[in-house]
Write a protein that binds this ligand. Sequence first.
Ligand code: UD1
Ligand code: UDP
Length: 388
Amino acid sequence: MQRLRIDLIAAARPNFMKVAPLFHALHRQPWCRLRLVHTGQHYDANMSEAFFRDLGLPSPDLHLGVGSGSHAAQTAGVMVAYEGACNADRPDLIVVVGDVNSTIACALVGSKLWIQVAHLEAGLRSRDRRMPEEINRLVTDTVADILWTPSPDADENLAAEGVAADKVTRVGNIMIDSYELMRDRIQASGERRRLGLEERKYGVVTLHRPSNVDSPEPLAALVRHLTAIAAKLPLVFPVHPRTRKNLEGFGLWDGLAKAPGLQLVEPLGYVDFMNLVCGARLVITDSGGVQEETTYLGIPCLTLRTTTERPITTIEGSNRLVTAAELVRATDDILAGRSTHGRKPDLWDGHTAERVVADIRKRLLRAAIAEDEPVTVEAGARQAAGHA
Ligand code: UD1
Ligand code: UDP
């Protein structure tokens, strides 16, 4: 049987929970030959391996080992390595997720080799081009052949940019599939207990955006505000490696580590981290994914950013954008009961991977194939346009 060859690209922490549900759904399809590719953008055990273990992913079929570097060095490193992999064993479809440097790199490689590219989590826009992720989103969506979106605002953004409607399918939020897959293990994890935290009597903090952590003054201000909040509400802060490096480099680590009520811990695996989030009174973050998870769980979230590419989390969900100067007051509001728990957005339901698989079948496999018939890969949009 000729099978559809699909490369699924994983690179950094927020990718693994987007890739895992799709891996598990595609793995079961007899018409699919799946290759799991890890670019190596994140490489520490607690930023990568822990997630493969938690999410039941096998070791990658291909590890590109690219590692850290400047934007140009990292993006180019992934491009060179992945182009070689595609030339050695050409896939029919490349699936990229999210908005990290490896996303744009693999999308560019596929598009220049006339391999179809699908982007899962397409259409999100912060409209802030100082965010490296915004450039990655814009370019990836421009070159992708198939755009899978999580929410209506993403569809509207793509339409406003002139993307043909037939390239776009709204599939919902794949992160929620991971949560639902892991729900029982998350409840059973015991991480809260290990850290001595009582349900709804603590907050969770994550920070890693360059705008918050790469310069001494903004980071020092955040350290002051977190210290003040921890005096009223115990905080647990799993520290991202970028943030740790800067807290240490700017001489802020020791003071923060000694702040009463505040626990600094290593980055956590998905199951343990979500156990903390599920039991929290509130979350303070600048993460993209954590804004979505708290919205799904109805947990008040304060996002230390001036824009979000996920506006549905503030309109329908439990998220609020705040400046550092507003943080203490916004926390007091939540502790006084002045916050919304919001609602779950449509199609954030744990079935996104199924909708993606259905869309792949519809777009790339001849429509009326019986399961045991040889599968013919349909000429894709590029061939139809005379590219191949
Ligand atoms: C990357 C993504 C960002 C995403 C974040 C999720 C880009 C441009 N940025 O940011 O969109 O929100 O991941 O966590 O793609 N480091 C380690 N060990 C690791 C990985 C990184 O020590 O396993 C350190 C290195 O010093 C590195 C720094 O963290 O230079 C930053 O890593 P990098 O992948 O460049 O960016 P992130 O801040 O992790
Ligand atoms: N996360 C985790 N452990 C942590 C911090 C975050 O498992 O210590 C998970 C979180 O639940 C979410 C994802 O990592 O699913 C978000 O990744 P991150 O914040 O690094 O990146 P972003 O979403 O901002 O791109």
